[in-house]
Design a protein around this ligand. Structure first.
Ligand code: GDP
Length: 653
């Protein structure tokens, strides 16, 4: 028998599948909560925001902890809505495993597919929990078929259930005697993964269910096989077997507590009493109070002043957090969500972050409230770096970047609940990007007005969609010293923040072909000032074109609505694969340009009497049709306006 272990787990589900109810049940069953909260009564303790209560959705990750048979679990509540995709991804990256809840009555929904894709992309070990088996209309074989078809053929039930959709439910383990056929599905799935078993399977031998379960463990813990369990969270049915399943089929958190400390920040909060706190996962080493922790991009390390951990049912102060554990850390200064803390070596690969596609202007209730609003927005964008607060000083405007329309609603509620500010938001606008049309050279000779000396020649070429900006230098450090070349590279992101049309410039290959510094007159800032002029020279010669954000969508609706829906999709400039129809349900997948106000889910709902499902996921930027024109106002002087630009850059304007 191995000793007590720790697992960081998340529960994911489509809205209404029963995530909150199940969470409360898990905490309750393990003794961490005395009375299970009820979503319907508004007392669930993991929904920590007033706005969540009002909407009945979970939008912020909250941490709870419980023990089961001596093993400890950190339960991270993941937001379920696509508008918070960045937070979903950041949260998933700290987990050891997940439970994906699917309602046995409603089945796999488009949002379930999106969540599954995120789990699969990270290769996260996952258990399926088929909830609401008590509901009239619960269709176990049907939903299992959907899961296998739409999500993964490697989902395998580890139980049998009789009486689905009635109040005479009988849930049995595979190892319960009485149904020798039940383990056949597991045997078949294992045969695919295990040579030895394949032989036995083909020979028609049978193996005891307990042995099959034992052999399933390592495959499940590696995320190659996905155990499926049944239950009705509302009545607590299937909750204990699920808890046992978590211990058995999800891998424990690992990491050497003696190694140099590596941790990742995954969420920032502002506690009214304790100040700015950072949720972290320690991947290696041990994080202790009074530790000084290197922060990315900052000279000053963060000094840990206090560490809180989610204990069973309440928070507790601890002197240290060991590898594998999650906690809330105070004293880390400006650390932001997503930051690598300490030694970056010990961290698993980077987290792909969703991109905000829209920009929205925040308006204070009165002009006098502007400074307070700015301060509040600074706090919020600190908690969620995606918000990328931009202050347009010339027009005295505050803009935020958002992932979708629901986020505006959440921000409005947050500003009012936490800061007592009745701010409003203007209609969100699409954030376009731009890219180069044709390869061109850009040249800059910045030698006047003295004293300054920087000469650069760039080759700028269009890159593939989604390739971002790739830079390299072919200039020897004899011609341009390394410290100056570093300055060129460091300046590029800022130089590309706004192109000829005012949008971020992307998908470029930039090569520094030639350059010259001056023994006496050059300073690093000369190269920082020259770089945008050289790049803009190339942009102007090659021309730029607009790129628009596109979404990958999945849509399901009753067959009768197919004609109207396909018409809508074409009108919205959608492209899609051949639709599929099965059992009266019509499904189609494809891409759509992201429209800030196009909440198509609402229209689909009215078109299908609420039975349609629509979900989207960011899929990158693609060329915009010629007829669409959009420009964004410049926030700083254009490098093409050479004289004014130089004055502004030297701080003389
Ligand atoms: P969430 O949106 O995924 O967090 O789902 P909730 O936990 O809020 O549950 C949505 C609704 O389904 C609530 O009204 C629950 O009472 C109900 N519900 C949850 N689990 C079950 C179940 O096992 N059986 C039945 N019949 N209803 C359930």
């Amino acid at each position: 028998m191995s000793g007590p272990t720790l697992r960081n787990i998340g529960i994911l589900a489509h809205v209404d599948a029963g995530k909150t109810t199940l969470t409360e049940r898990l905490l309750h069953a393990s003794g961490a909560l005395r009375i299970p909260g009820s979503v319907d009564a508004g007392t669930a303790c993991t929904d920590d925001l007033e706005v969540e209560r009002r909407r009945g959705i979970s939008v912020r990750a909250a941490l709870a902890s419980f023990e089961w048979r001596g093993h400890r679990f950190n339960l991270v509540d993941t937001p379920g809505h696509g508008d918070f995709a960045g937070e979903v991804e950041r949260t998933l990256s700290v987990l050891d495993g997940a439970v994906l809840v699917v309602s046995a009555a409603e089945g796999v929904q488009a949002q379930t597919e999106v969540l599954w894709e995120a789990l699969a992309a990270l290769g996260l070990p996952t258990l399926f929990f088929l909830n609401k088996v008590d509901r009239v209309g619960a269709d176990l074989p049907g939903v299992l078929g959907q899961i296998r078809r739409l999500l993964t053929p490697r989902a395998v039930p580890l139980q049998t259930l009789a009486g689905a959709g009635t109040d005479r439910l009988l849930l049995r383990d595979l190892s319960d005697p009485g149904d020798p056929e039940a383990a056949a599905g597991l045997f078949e799935a294992l045969a695919d993964l295990d040579e030895d078993l394949m032989e036995a399977y083909l020979e028609g031998r049978t193996l005891p269910p307990e042995e099959l379960l034992r052999r399933a463990e390592p495959h499940a813990r590696r995320g190659h096989l996905f155990p499926l369990l049944f239950g009705a969270a509302l009545d607590g049915l299937g909750v204990e077997p699920l808890l046992d399943g978590l211990v058995r089929f999800l891998p424990p958190a690992g990491g050497d507590p003696e190694a140099p400390t590596s941790a990742r920040a995954f969420k920032v909060v502002h506690d009214p009493a304790l100040g700015r706190g950072v949720y972290v996962r320690v991947h290696r080493g041990t994080l202790r109070t009074r530790d000084a922790l290197p922060l990315p991009g900052r000279e000053e390390p963060g000094k840990v002043t206090r560490i809180r951990r989610a204990g069973a049912g309440r928070w507790e102060d601890v002197p240290a957090l060991e590898a594998g554990d999650l906690g809330l850390v105070f004293g880390l200064g400006e650390a932001r969500a997503g930051d690598a803390l300490g030694d970056p070596e010990g961290l698993p690969g980077g987290v792909p972050l969703a991109e905000p596609l829209f920009s929205v202007r925040a308006v204070p209730p009165t002009p006098e409230d502007a400074p307070r609003l700015l301060a509040a927005l600074r706090v919020l964008s600190d908690e969620d770096p995606h918000l990328g607060l931009v202050l347009d000083r010339e027009r005295q405007e505050m803009h935020l970047r958002i992932l979708g329309p629901l986020q505006v609603e959440i921000l409005t509620a947050l500003l009012s609940d936490r800061f007592g500010l009745a701010a409003t938001f203007e209609k969100p606008a699409t954030l376009y990007k731009e890219t180069l049309q044709e390869a061109a050279e850009g040249y800059v000779e910045y030698t006047l007005p003295k004293p300054c000396w920087a000469v650069l020649r760039f080759l700028v070429e269009p890159g593939e969609r989604g390739s971002g900006v790739v830079y390299r230098s072919r200039v020897s450090t004899d011609d341009v010293k390394l410290k100056y070349q570093r300055e060129v590279e460091r300046t590029l992101p800022a130089a590309l923040e706004q192109g000829l049309l005012g949008w971020e410039v992307t998908d470029l290959r930039i090569t520094l072909l030639e350059g010259e510094d001056h023994e006496v007159h050059s300073r690093p800032t000369d190269f920082a000032i020259a770089t945008p002029m050289g790049i803009f020279d190339a942009l102007q010669k090659g021309g730029t074109r607009l790129l628009e954000p596109v979404l990958r969508f999945a849509l399901a609706a009753p067959e009768e609505a197919a004609g109207a829906v396909l018409g809508d999709l074409l009108r919205m400039r959608g492209t899609f694969d051949a639709p599929r129809v099965e059992e009266g349900v019509f499904r189609v997948e494809g891409t759509l340009p992201a429209e800030p106000c196009g909440d198509y889910a609402v229209r689909l709902g009215s078109l299908t009497g609420g039975r349609g499902r629509f979900s989207t996921r960011f899929a990158g930027y693609r060329d915009c049709p010629e007829e669409i024109r959009a420009e964004a106002p410049r926030r700083s002087v254009s490098p093409l306006d050479r004289a004014r630009y130089i004055l502004a850059a030297r701080g003389a304007l």
